[in-house]
Design a protein around this ligand. Structure first.
Ligand code: NAG
Ligand code: NAG
Ligand code: NAG
Ligand code: NAG
Ligand code: NAG
Length: 285
């Protein structure tokens, strides 16, 4: 008996024909609950979409919203040394240096005077090329300054298509990594690159010549406003030509950026603002 009662109680709970309740609730009660949840979730989804929308409105495609304090930019050399940062070849063996010359050819191709004249603007040297936005009026796209390949003279690969590799006076090209908003140099003093021998190689490095003169990065190439705002930006370059480097020996070289407002090799990053590499030029003579 008791069992039967339990069973019918259970059945009644699932569907009670007397009160017309399903799982203890009437159809209208269920309807209200379902309606409530539909409205509730729609509301949440709407809130999420609205928050997202407002967020995206405040982001500017053309400049980073948050940027850490301006870091010291890294230096990069070309031709691309492998992971060991070593450039090694034999003067008499054309194949051992031809790849370096080809790498420089393709690296410098976008700097051809004709290309630069087409893409970029002739700026006033020795001063920053500021193109700030005025309030909400965006000054985009921003123009960029010409860096003509011919500035690199003997290291341009135009007059000497092997960049000096064929006579043991190789050119190395140095560029400063892009940092948005960086204004290197203070009081109108342009930043420059200087190279020297490391450890006890100073008697082997020989004389060097820089292009452009003094190895400077002209102020007109700064500040950099970012890839979206400044689509045609060409990073300025400095070339170093080693005129009398000792052959058949490893020479360890370090180049660094000199700017009165960029600290090099800080505690935080020993390699900031500098690059090291090894040159080994062999000769059978
Ligand atoms: C740049 O100039 C070099 C040498 O004149 C030429 O071989 C190369 O095709 C040029 N590249 C572009 C992109 O114009
Ligand atoms: C770069 O080369 C082009 C073409 O020869 C020339 O018109 C322009 O004045 C040069 N720009 C600079 C900054 O020297
Ligand atoms: C970028 O270069 C292209 C040609 O390659 C030119 O048509 C365009 O005007 C340049 N843009 C700016 C902002 O200088
Ligand atoms: C190179 O540096 C020297 C000494 O700092 C300076 O007298 C000379 O004017 C500079 N040359 C150029 C082309 O900037
Ligand atoms: C080249 O360097 C050697 C020492 O490595 C030196 O004896 C020689 O005088 C230098 N030549 C020039 C032109 O500076």
């Amino acid at each position: 008996m008791a069992k039967d009662g339990e069973k019918s109680e259970w059945k009644d709970f699932v569907w009670n024909p007397r009160t017309r309740e399903f799982l203890g609730r009437t159809a209208s009660s269920w309807g209200l609950i379902i309606l409530f949840y539909i409205v509730f979730y729609l509301f949440l989804a709407g809130l999420f979409a609205l928050t997202m929308y407002i967020m995206l409105q405040t982001l500017d495609d053309h400049k980073p919203t948050w940027q850490d304090r301006l870091s010291t930019p890294g230096l990069v050399i070309r031709p691309h040394a492998d992971d060991t940062f070593e450039i090694a070849y034999t003067i008499e063996n054309t194949e051992s240096w031809d790849m370096y010359a080809r790498a420089l050819d393709s690296f410098l191709s976008p700097y051809n005077d004709s290309v630069q004249a087409q893409k970029n603007h002739e700026c006033t040297p020795d001063q920053y090329f500021l193109q700030e936005d005025s309030g909400d009026v965006k000054n985009n796209p921003k123009r960029s300054c010409q860096f003509n390949r011919t500035i690199l003279e003997e290291c341009s690969g135009l007059r000497d298509r092997y960049y000096g590799y064929q006579d043991g006076k190789p050119c190395i090209i140095i560029k400063l990594n892009r940092v948005i908003g960086l204004l290197p140099g203070k009081d109108g003093q342009a930043p420059s690159v200087t190279c020297g021998a490391k450890r006890d190689d100073s008697d082997k490095i020989g004389e060097m010549v820089y292009f452009p003169p003094n190895g400077t990065f002209d102020l007109m190439y700064y500040p950099y406003y970012g890839k979206k705002a400044q689509v045609n930006y060409s990073q300025p370059l400095v070339a170093v030509k080693f005129l009398n480097i000792t052959v058949n020996e490893d020479v360890n070289i370090e180049c660094k950026i000199i700017a009165n407002n960029i600290p090099t090799g800080t505690e935080r990053d020993k390699f900031a603002g500098r690059v090291s590499f090894k040159l080994r030029i062999s000769s059978n003579n």
